[in-house]
Write a protein that binds this ligand. Sequence first.
Ligand code: PEP
Ligand code: MN
Length: 348
Amino acid sequence: MIVVLNRDISAAEFDQLADRLQQHRLGFHRLALGGKQGLSIPEIPEGFDVRQLQMLDGVQEVFEINEPYKLASRRWKKEATRFEVNGVEIGGPAVNIVAGPCAVENEDQVFAVAEFLHRHHIKFIRGGAYKPRTSPYAFQGLKTAGLKILRKAADAYKLRVVTEVLDVSLLDEACEYADILQTGTRNMSNFYLLSAIGKRNKPVLLKRGMASRITEWLMAAEYILSGGNDKVILCERGIRTFDDLVRNTLDIAAFPIVKELSHLPVWSDPSHGTGLRNRVAPMALASIAAGADGLIMEMHPNPEAALSDGPQSLYPEQLGDLLRQLSPVAAVLGRPLDCAEMVHQPMA
Ligand code: PEP
Ligand code: MN
């Protein structure tokens, strides 16, 4: 049971309410998000008439949310979550576009990408400075030096940085350089990291665990939201299935399902969702048609030489072509791309 409190509930009214709940042996958790406050009462004893709660001072509304996630639920908040990242709206009508290499490799690479993005009016650059690799012998990222390169290129070309934070010990540093923190698929169940991010006032792109149910993914979002950070973007990046012709299976059905269950924006990562660059465009188009609010895609000036995820990285001109295809598909749904004023020029 959820009890929504009046926004101006006084401390005295709250204490009285807490006393009454205690008298009835009703345990509760406090919920707070974006100025809205409430209580979640996990168990209602037999015979207790919940209408009694409605009568108490300070109570605005009482209703049920059966799902284990509360703050992430559409029942808690009906209107879609929208917020700005340095002047660009997330979760609004415009479809957000993010592109960049899997890993930051050197300054030339990142500046070439940033210049291309800028010319196409793309507002966000992605790139990993700390890479969660399956093999300890694979390139692990340039770490702090990589974050500095990303920031420098982003500032030079007026871009916003999306980059992964791998561990709670790296959170301060990530917050210093990133505009949006990314949590990777392998960390979706790192609840300690999610809680720590919940206490920061930084937008976060929460990737779905590769073997996680949608409910578990929304519970991961709940960890961040319950800390007070309401700037959460969900990101479908493909799940493990039995098929071995794709790296992952991008779960297209997740978009309408998440939209129904939650108010949070949901993006698609068709690069990790397929693993091969020729499959990125069709899945990007399908994602937008299915209701995704944004796309995050890997591109590289020279994918053959990429130090990670080369096979799924788009050539720059492929990204340009894809934007041209995406634009009318999004338009049918009444959605412009956030880089709508793009001009198409080949990479220098
Ligand atoms: C990435 O975005 O480069 C990445 C490692 O993503 P994921 O966590 O989805 O595998
Ligand atoms: Mn990658």
